[in-house]
Write a protein that binds this ligand. Sequence first.
Ligand code: DLL
Length: 435
Amino acid sequence: MQHYFAPEVETASREELTKLQDQRLVETVRRVYRDVPYYRKKMDAAGVSPDDIHGTADLHLLPFLSKEDLRSQYPDGLLARPVSDCVRIHSTSGTTGRRVVAYYTQNDVDMWEECCARALAAAGATKEDVVQVCYGYGLFTGGAGLHGGSHKLGSLTLPMSSGNTDRQIQFMTDLGATVLCCTPSYAAYLAETICERGLRDQIRLKAGIFGAEAWTEEMRREIEEKLGIRAYDIYGLTEISGPGVAYECSEQNGMHINEDNFIAEIIDPVTGEVLPDGEKGELVFTSITKEAFPLIRYRTKDICILNREKCACGRTFVRMTKPLGRSDDMLIVKGVNVFPSQIETVLLNNGYPANYQIIVTREKHTDNIEVQVEMTSEMFSDSLKEVTAREKALVADLKAMLGIKCDVRLVAPKSIERSEGKAKRVIDKRGLYKG
Ligand code: DLL
């Protein structure tokens, strides 16, 4: 049986959806032009006036917005409402200067939570369910988003946050959790631990909603088999609201984008040209209902394909594939967004040369990141004790910068292979992106 949270919009006709998007886009563009000087300047520079925008067909006239724009306006330069109208912030992982702060009014929180409620309902959840949320709570959007969605649905919510596997499993069994929300790598770890401890027949899970990082179909099958559940993907990003921008349905064949709130486009990441449905390119979102932090043509850097074919679940919202890669070099390690440039900054600040390599591996569902960096010839003559102390200091500085622990290996000068073209800084052995 299909569960919908908002069938009137989730199954609206294409004509109805386009009409709604046209009207909301026109209103949003007028509002940002009037209320956000940064948008006004950008639109003026591109020679576009709000009067040129009559609907989605005119979207391509508007300039793109990038993460660099957002960072340049840190923390509140893009606010379209006074701070006093806002009730919440969330923020991307990363360090000062790298962080993006997203503001929410109460209506923004309600819209976002409804998107998450739709995702839960699409995974079969109802008010009878017990939803265990083990995404992190706090600045990260995972915990708050699914928590709010579960409330909206009327399910019993277990606000576990991340970590403490023993307690997770105890609550899961004692309170009879039926829906699990966490990152796919943590789901795989929980599944393995539950099987190892012989607890499989004590859990009542029927579905899982896993996202925030790339995962493969093989991983889906493994989790589904080990836990005896159906595992659904969920996509989102802090800037656009958080999880629930798009969600999988019973067909498990692409994620439906909440088109009453977000307009999706696929562009060529190099030329910026809009590509037709079915072609692979960078996903771009325009929010059409957000009040505090509206984003116009925001470049996600996620490489995807859009599919507008009819879905057997009855939903008419366009579907996006899982992200098939990134058009920048951002890595997601242990659920945290990591830019190689952050690591380079720490190395250079500590007097190391820019000859380094970042090796990301996954063992038993846990990500590991190792930074190999060449010592200078002066450092190379240090005693073993001094080298160990240097490694320890780097581990601490990297942790402070990234928020996660990296292993550090100091290697001899000139031992990292030089490349004739672009240096290969990152070796990601996890094989997460397919396609
Ligand atoms: O990861 C929001 C989220 C929380 C989504 C919980 C799903 C569940 P950020 O930390 O801002 O927000 O990271 C956003 O994560 O641009 C993608 O590259 C990646 N990402 C998010 N969901 C998926 C997914 C949250 N299902 C960035 N598959 C995005 C692959 C994903 N990558």
